[in-house]
Design a protein around this ligand. Structure first.
Ligand code: GLY
Length: 347
């Protein structure tokens, strides 16, 4: 088993091992005294993995119940959150109990926010089952739901007590969901690690699974380092948002349907790079994202994207921060006025 210790305000381990879902009861018991847990999952992931998790909890003497909601970003809202709170109340969940997020980013984000706010905070465990959730959203303590005004606008920082990454769960991912996560992996290479970028660029969607365990470990370790330096997102952590200002805008323009987060991030990274990065860096990035069936551009008109950008969390009253990689493996944070950003993107 590979272990990454995340030294944040409340420290925890990320465990990476094939087959670890089957051992989750024992792994959870090693870090938590809770004898009662609520598993929060969606209808697709629940069907695939809830029984395995329940069996394992059972063997470790942890009683449990399961709350399931419909798969997809449209579920990540205050209404689902309210249903979760009601379920926790009905199940008499107290602060000595535990929530377990079993699923992708939507499940992890909403479970984390429920854990941050129910009874003013109870422990939770992340069991991410998608590539995106394993390398990004399950680590670092950002939790949130979407509101009409935008994605992730209501949330809290809440670190999990444990993250269990079972690479076997990645075997069942569709090419689209694998692609979705690859955008974040490419991002880690771009912002921090030329060797990782080269590893990814020398593979494609058809054969990346050959090196997926090492790739996942490296991505999580980069995230660990960035989050340890800036847990509450006041500085360096912003580099994780390479491609995200435009990416979130494109996702919003598509109404968060039929357009994945990874597609948005991929198009966003390429669009900002075409404007500001050396041509050879942009060419390598574009070639790499194409190998993972990810887009380099968007059909959305820039004048319609800009209002979404101004709602982005990476913005203060009059400014927007964007991330640029002038060489592969190195990122800079650039703060400009909203008007300068509009001029850059429309020019
Ligand atoms: N997903 C970006 C962050 O965790 O900061």
């Amino acid at each position: 088993m590979k272990k990454i210790h995340v030294n944040t305000s409340t420290p925890y381990d990320v465990l990476i091992e094939r087959g670890s879902l089957k051992r989750s009861g024992e792994l959870i018991s090693a870090v938590s005294k809770a004898r009662k847990a609520v598993i929060i999952t969606d209808d697709i992931v629940g069907r695939l993995y809830a029984d395995t998790l329940c069996d394992s909890l059972e063997k470790s003497g942890i009683s449990h119940s399961v709350f399931t909601f419909p798969n997809g970003e449209h579920s990540k809202n205050l209404s689902t959150l309210s249903d979760i709170f009601d379920f926790l109340c009905d199940e008499n969940i107290t602060r000595s109990d535990l929530l377990i997020a079993l699923g992708g980013g939507v499940v992890g984000d909403i479970t984390g926010f429920a854990a941050a706010s129910y009874l003013r905070g109870i422990d939770f465990v992340q069991i991410p089952t998608t590539l995106l959730a394993q390398v990004d959203s399950s680590v670092g303590g950002k939790t949130a739901v979407d509101i009409k005004g935008g994605k992730n606008l209501v949330g809290a920082f809440k670190q999990p007590v444990l993250v269990i990454c079972d690479s076997d769960t990645l075997d069942t991912l569709s090419p689209e969901i694998l692609s979705d996560g690859m955008a974040e992996c490419i991002k880690y290479g771009m912002i921090r690690d030329r060797k990782l970028f080269d590893l990814i660029a020398s593979h494609d969607l058809g054969n990346i699974r050959d090196v997926i365990d090492d790739m996942v470990y490296t991505c999580i370790d980069i995230k660990r380092d960035v989050v340890e330096n800036d847990e509450f997102d006041r500085g360096e952590r912003m580099i994780l948002n390479f491609g995200h200002t435009l990416g979130h805008a494109i996702e919003g323009w598509h109404n968060y349907t039929d357009y994945t987060h990874g597609m948005g991030v991929s198009a966003g990274m390429c669009m900002i790079s075409r404007r500001l990065a050396p041509a050879d860096v942009t060419a390598m990035l574009e070639k790499c994202v194409k190998a993972y069936s990810l887009p380099t551009d968007t059909e959305a008109p820039m004048n319609e994207l800009l209002p979404f950008c101004t709602k982005d969390k990476k913005r203060d009253a009059a400014n927007i921060s964007y991330i640029i990689c002038k060489e592969i493996g190195k990122a800079d944070i650039v703060k400009v006025t909203t008007a300068q950003f509009a001029e850059l993107m429309e020019g």
